[in-house]
Design a protein. Structure first.
Length: 672
């Protein structure tokens, strides 16, 4: 039986000893929100190894949490089982039963055949309404102050991604209009700001997370009704002070929440308690004002090194045409910065192509190009992803547009297999086509439909671009006039609609054509900033395809290609770079780094990258031998003293990239 999220295109396989016939069930019978429910009859359910299994009794009290090897038995009674798979899934069952977490599968075994109720919830969030505002900063302050109506709780549990809803959309108009019925929490917290768009943009994600009201004032500060005050005009400057406030509050909420509905053995809590006077049990039931007072009493330097790497920094120009982007930036809980960076000449972007040129190689350009873009490298920050919402072409960040975010919101539920379309419009590039055709869809437990097309005409390419598909991988030539076909060129700027969600245009200077695909309906794509040599493009195409096929988001995939190879520096991301083509097997995208200590001893660093399924605040429990400790995602977790046998057993659990001696292998290659 497959549980599908038809919007986010995630699948979760529930294996039963024999086929089952799902019947109707009421989705309100579950303790947690669900979008759909069925009932099945079985005596056993198997799920992927390392799926977090939480077992609760009829009162909702957590009885056990099983994430890796181990077994628990439960007596007669009614139980609610929470499965943290690619799709959040709940089971209602009758005991007695047993949960057995085996190396390659976790099995729920019932003493006798019974009816099992299965409920599931999509991770897709839609805004509840639209708020209209003028360009006046005072109106914008009032408009974004209602963003916190999307929070599903104002307790520390709001640090879980599933308990933070998408803020209302913003629309520019002639007057401020806030729809009736928005349930804005009264937290007694306000953020005082000079009424400028720069100050508002930077503070909005923090205001949303704290349920704070933005009010005009001469100097920026955080104030609570309990008397707590924190000034933002400190030695680090306004933007950095706000970023630290968001990270500090969010992180310490993650620590304190372990006293609540998920009482887990969290590594970061142990570290915080060893360094600070934070009292998690007392703070769990404290007021928000009391929590903030305690949090800001901790010197930031005492916790900075254990705060997970932030998912996203968004560089947003403080101008009125970017006001409508604030709900999307806030939904990502991004750190917001005013755009700042270093301008880069096109010759530097092109340099690696010239350095790597091979006399007998070809360039993936259809003809003359006229690069006249202004390239900029954004100021470095400690985030996994970067988005650039300003003038210029960013190097090392995704060029994000309002259309990309809106297109993702408009994503319609789609049944059927994950659709991958490969187009090769030059027979001299068939090598890449053969490689990526082998890579895409090579995932056990996921259903794919991979279609390959060759040497298309203009009409055929237009038809392919209009058809719905999850991902398009284009191999061929592009120049200022568009995609090269056998009978001419197709300019993406002339397209009314494209059906692809994500794309990879592996051709010369495909940046402008990629932006045009986003404007015509796409969400995100990998493009090129300059000419690319065919041999390097083949290497980049194969490597990026492998990362995407394992659930890495587009921007993270490109980041890893740049970090661990000599290709990728001519590539960039347009649109929403956090989009994944397919789900990551463990929720997070995972990369491991292996270091040999001696002939039979290894150290392993386990690195997780956020995905749409596992955003900021999600937990991970690596299946290290003899351990069941939890960590916050986006951390690097190092375990020492693996024997060769233990290392092999661990790396066999999931197909992941492995870094050894600064070279990336895939686990099957590394172990062979």
């Amino acid at each position: 039986m497959v549980v599908r999220d038809n919007v986010e295109r995630h699948q979760f396989l529930l294996q039963t000893p024999s086929p089952v016939e799902p019947g109707p069930a009421h989705d309100q019978r579950f303790a947690f929100p669900t979008d759909a429910a069925v009932r099945i009859v079985t005596d056993e359910i198997g799920v992927a190894a390392n799926t977090f299994v939480g077992v609760r009794d009829e009162t909702g009290s957590m009885l056990a949490q099983i994430a890796q090897q181990g077994a628990e038995r439960f007596d007669t009674g009614t139980y609610s089982i929470e499965l943290f798979g690619p799709v959040k899934t709940y089971l209602e069952v009758e005991g007695p039963f047993e949960v057995d977490a085996q190396p390659l599968q976790t099995v729920l075994s019932f003493d006798e055949t019974q009816t099992v109720f299965v409920g599931a919830r999509s991770s897709h969030e839609s805004p509840a309404t639209t708020v209209t505002t003028t360009e006046d900063p005072l109106d914008v302050m009032r408009a974004v102050s209602v963003f916190s109506s999307a929070l599903k709780t104002t307790s520390v549990e709001r640090s879980y991604p599933t308990l933070r809803g998408h803020p209302p959309l913003l629309e520019l108009g002639d007057e401020l209009h806030i729809p009736e019925g928005l349930n804005v929490p009264d937290t007694g917290v306000r953020i005082e700001l000079p009424p400028t768009l720069r100050h508002i943009f930077v503070a909005t994600p923090l205001a949303y997370y704290l349920g704070a009201t933005l009010v005009p004032a001469e100097s920026p500060r955080l104030v609570t009704e309990g008397g707590f005050v924190h000034e933002f005009d400190g030695p680090h400057g306004f933007e950095e002070s706000v970023a630290r406030a968001l990270k500090r509050t969010f992180f310490l909420d993650c620590v304190v929440r372990t006293e609540g509905i998920y009482d887990v053995d969290l590594h970061e809590r142990q570290t915080v308690e060893s360094r600070t006077s934070i009292d998690a049990p007392a703070l769990y039931d404290a007021t928000l004002s009391e929590q903030l007072d305690a949090y800001f009493d901790v010197p930031y330097e005492h916790i900075a090194d254990i705060i997970p790497e932030w998912k996203l920094t968004t560089h947003v120009a403080p101008q009125s045409d970017n006001i409508e982007l604030l709900p999307f930036v806030t939904n990502d809980l991004a750190v917001v910065r005013t755009p700042s960076g270093t301008e880069i000449p096109h010759s530097e972007v092109q340099a690696s192509v010239v350095d790597n040129f091979l006399r007998d190689d070809i360039v993936r350009s259809a003809g003359a190009t006229s690069p006249n873009e202004t390239y900029v490298r954004p100021r470095s920050t400690d985030s996994v992803e970067h988005a650039w919402i300003s003038d210029g072409t960013p190097v090392g960040a995704s060029k994000t547009t309002p259309t990309a975010y809106r297109n993702r919101l408009k994503r319609e539920p789609t049944t059927g297999d994950i659709a991958i379309t490969v187009v090769c419009n030059d027979p001299r590039m068939l090598e890449e086509s053969d490689i990526v055709d082998d890579v895409y869809g090579s995932r056990n437990g996921l259903s794919f439909e991979v279609d390959a097309h060759y040497n298309l005409s203009r009409a055929e390419l237009r038809e392919i671009l209009a058809e719905p598909t999850d991902f398009l991988h284009y191999i061929g030539h592009i120049d200022d006039e568009g995609f090269q076909c056998r009978d001419g060129k197709v300019d993406a700027e002339t397209l009314d609609h494209v059906g692809t969600g994500a794309f990879f245009l592996n051709a010369c200077q495909s940046y402008d054509q990629g932006l045009a695909l986003v404007e015509a309906g796409g969400i995100s794509g990998i493009v090129t900033l300059s000419e690319v040599i065919n041999s390097k493009a083949v290497s980049a195409g194969r490597t990026i395809a492998r990362y995407l096929n394992r659930g890495f988001p587009l921007q993270t995939s490109l980041h890893l290609v740049r970090e661990y190879s000599d290709v990728g520096h001519e590539y960039a991301v347009v649109g929403d770079g956090s989009l994944s083509v397919v789900q990551a097997e463990s929720g997070f995208a995972i990369l491991c780094k292996v270091d040999r200590v001696d002939s039979d001893t290894y150290d392993l660093t386990y690195r997780t990258y956020p995905t749409s399924r596992c955003g900021p605040g999600s937990l991970v429990s690596p299946a290290f031998p003899g351990q069941q400790k939890y960590h916050l995602g986006s951390q690097q977790v190092t375990e020492t003293g693996f024997s060769e046998a233990e290392l092999k057993d661990f790396l066999l659990l999931e197909q992941i990239p492995v870094v050894y001696d600064d070279t990336v292998y895939w686990n099957d290659e590394f172990l062979s």
